[in-house]
Design a protein. Structure first.
Length: 312
């Protein structure tokens, strides 16, 4: 019989499991937000079959997986190309953009509520985008650069029907209007956009791709709507709108290291636990029971090894 030995866990192994758990956690949270749960479940089933094949010595199944590994990687990149691009953008923003974001002004929410209220009362169509932490440039087309100080008068003048850019979107970043008259990507969630106009479809489309907050005023009904994280809700009163804006500005404001650490601990507890369990199991199956005490691989031994054992 083959003795199974478990490798002693050292500091390097703990760091190895911690790093893998962090990567798995990031992927779990990201796929959860991007609504690709069914695709991820399919990938997990395939990974489970491969792990089972490794444990039980099903060499033909292992050979099949290894033969199609390159095709599998290409398929994953094609399926998740938008998600992967956004992940790399987030990494770049986190690594080089920390500390550059300005603290939002307390008057910003009040100013936007008053301007949107006036536009809705006069039934003037408007689309305002407030940038979150994700970069927006690759999602925006056309328009004009402005870099103007945020004010009610400027907002209402941009969406005046005589303005060249009144049909496009206005971009607010760091308390300033950076661009106006830009075009946004349209949503492909046809079940949600059946009875929506172009502004609402564009607001929902950008919110599906980034963490931006999009504010829409309907030209026909004079109703204010808010799009965030792929959801579009209609605002019933201005106090709700003010509360949404304050929460958004608070969420994107620069945080201290202590605040960031506390926020990380509070969020996605289930995904954290699952990532740790998966990381430990991966270490156990692929590292621990293979290297411990120089144990032999699990499964039948090759024929030449058996013949060598019979020689004197």
């Amino acid at each position: 019989m083959t003795d199974i030995h478990v490798k002693t866990v050292n500091i390097a192994d703990m760091m190895d499991m911690g790093l893998v758990a962090l990567i798995i956690y990031a992927l779990l949270v990201w796929f959860k937000k991007t609504k690709t749960a069914f695709v991820v479940m399919g990938l997990m089933v395939l990974i489970g079959v491969y792990v089972l094949a490794q444990m039980t010595g099903m060499y033909m199944t292992i050979w099949l997986f290894q033969g199609f590994f390159a095709i599998f990687i290409i398929a994953v990149v094609v399926i998740f190309q938008e998600e992967l691009r956004s992940i790399f953008e987030r990494i770049a923003v986190w690594s080089i953009g920390r500390g550059q974001r300005q603290q939002p002004s307390p008057q910003e929410a009040d100013m936007l509520v008053r301007a949107l209220s006036d536009l809705a009362r006069d039934k003037v169509g408007a689309l305002i985008v407030m940038r979150g932490r994700d970069p927006l440039d690759r999602h925006l087309e056309g328009g004009w650069d402005l870099q103007g100080e945020l004010s009610e008068a400027l907002i209402e003048s941009i969406f005046d029907s005589h303005s060249l850019g009144h049909d496009g979107a206005m971009i607010i970043e760091g308390g300033r209007i950076t661009r106006f008259g830009v075009h946004l990507p349209l949503s492909k969630e046809f079940g949600k956009i059946t009875h929506m106009g172009l502004r609402h479809t564009a607001a929902l489309g950008l919110s599906e791709r980034t963490d931006a907050l999009a504010l829409v005023v309907s030209e026909e009904r004079g109703v204010i709507s808010v799009a965030r994280r792929g959801d579009l809700i209609q605002i019933s009163n201005l106090s709700d709108l003010h509360h949404i804006l304050e929460n958004f500005l608070r969420a994107i404001a620069p945080h201290t290291t202590q605040q960031t650490f506390i926020n990380i601990l509070r969020r996605n507890t289930r995904e954290k636990a699952l990532a740790i369990v998966i990381s430990v199991l991966l270490w156990w199956f692929f590292i621990g029971i293979r290297l411990g005490g120089r144990a032999e691989p699990l499964g039948p031994r090759p024929a030449d090894s058996e013949a060598a054992d019979l020689q004197p």
